[in-house]
Design a protein. Sequence first.
Length: 611
Amino acid sequence: MSRVRAVVPVLFVFGAVLSFTWSTVKADEYRVLIAASSDFDDRIGVSIELPELTSDTSVFVFPVTVPGTYEEHLWWRLVHNFRAFDASGSPLPTSRSADSQFVIPRQTVRVSYRLDDSFDDLDSRVNIFQPAGTSFQGDTVFVLNHGGVVGYVDGKQTRPYTVRVERSPEIATFTALQVLERGYDFDVYTAPTYDALVDGPALLCRADTATYQSGGAQILVAVCGTPNGKPLAPAFAKGFKRATDAVADFLPSMPVNRYTFLVYLWDKDTVNVKRTKYSVGALEHNTSSMYFLFYSTHPKGYEEIAAHEFLHILVPLHLHSKEIGRFNFRFPAMSKHLWLYEGVTEYFANQAGLRGRTSTEKDFLQAIQRGARSAAFVPDTFSLTSFSKNVLLHDNQKIYPVIYQIGPANALLLDILLRSETNEKMGVLELVYGLMGKYGKAAPFDDDSLFADIGTLTTPTVQSYLETYVGGAHSLPFAQYLPLIGWEFADSTQDSALGFGIHIDRDASVADTIYLIADSTNVFGFKTGDILMKVNGRTINEASLWNARRLWRATTTDPLTVTVQRDGHVIEKTAKPTNRLVMQYNVIKESASPTESQLKFRKLVLYGIRE
Ligand SMILES: [Zn+2]
């Protein structure tokens, strides 16, 4: 008996049937059976035959988190009725480990359990980022991120998986994993390790797909969740193509020859999803990415996300530290280098958009401006590496989006420094390729020696920049580097702008209690220390603070009705913003009269063009 070697890539081969049979799978592998039907309790059933167990007891692990999300999931919370069976099918006793995982005896050959999905998980302690999440909808739509569906025996994370999904004949399975068989009402796919299984999510729904070519790569777009069954994949494919074409032009060569965009559309009217702070977005994988987007008949706004996810193929997917390369799903350790994985990736997406003309130089400057502004508001002790290492802590989760703002701003400064230090030859993109040449997908770097490695590839000045501004808590040196590309920088400016004279006291505010800082000239007559309750009738708490943003960043002269609480009394006032002097921090502007050499250098850094 040998493992089936002939495999059909899922792309473009829907309905192909090979001579695969379940019994050809070897005994030291996992054999997973997923019943994709959640008829009576909104749960699905999963059964897993295990590789042979070698110690008296083993721990069956569901991930604490999965790579790329930088937040806690605690997937074991959604597991119910977990049972273990011996070879004769008799149930065996199980228990829970101190960290809530499932302890099974040596005789276990199979485990089974029922699973809740994460999209409507109401546990207030945990917000699972939907692109990493799960959804089970009757027998019509399934989002299977395998970290939330399948577990592994601790110590046996590198054994192969064969997964059989039993589904309604009305729907199909879309995944970048290798599909062994497509049946009338089931599909079988495989992954060489648990990590690879988690790296290959699957979407199940009525087929809505489109394909296209980009830079020589074959791309499949699969869309699930359209409420009226009208196909949307061709519309999505147009935007994805703009994004991947821009990336193909940006990179020296396309890093993959096939890729799958998996899109779940949330129809707010009909599908129950717990709304979280940063729910819309996507998660990157080696040959696919999973999107959670609002349903719209005219999809837009996803191209920038797509470019970002696709560019993740470089970092962290092909260049990462040992914390990621040997991911510990049970006791995850975070890497120090989110500035590289997320910051540089977002910077590359900005650069690719600029070079592919899907965005403008003004957009690019504004992205860097957002980073500079965020850098002005993080705590004095903030350093990119310690933020990254401790990203799962509550204080860092609260400000998590800063990595997408400060990260690209730091990457631009590093790009400018690299170009000036290497006689214009090397920018951040060339540095990343240099590091990919030294390390790679199967050869992770040491978190602690990355800066020294970069120093060896570049110059001591570059290493010292990284140690000071990325590893240390020093403010980014915008004033030193931006003038080299003809941009001006000011620590603070006073401008006339619309405002209500109200700010949020972010240090004092917690959860449901949002304190205000009120200028003496504020239009409502509020006082510092008032507690914000509602804006235009909507209740505001820490999670929904974004809905109150017009209060401190007025963009129109429209009035706002604001409700506060003071000494137990509720006060409601309506007022229009007025023109007032507003302090702006870390302000970036294009020079009015840049020199020839500044413009030349800007062209080099932003567009990679040497003259
Ligand atoms: Zn990302």
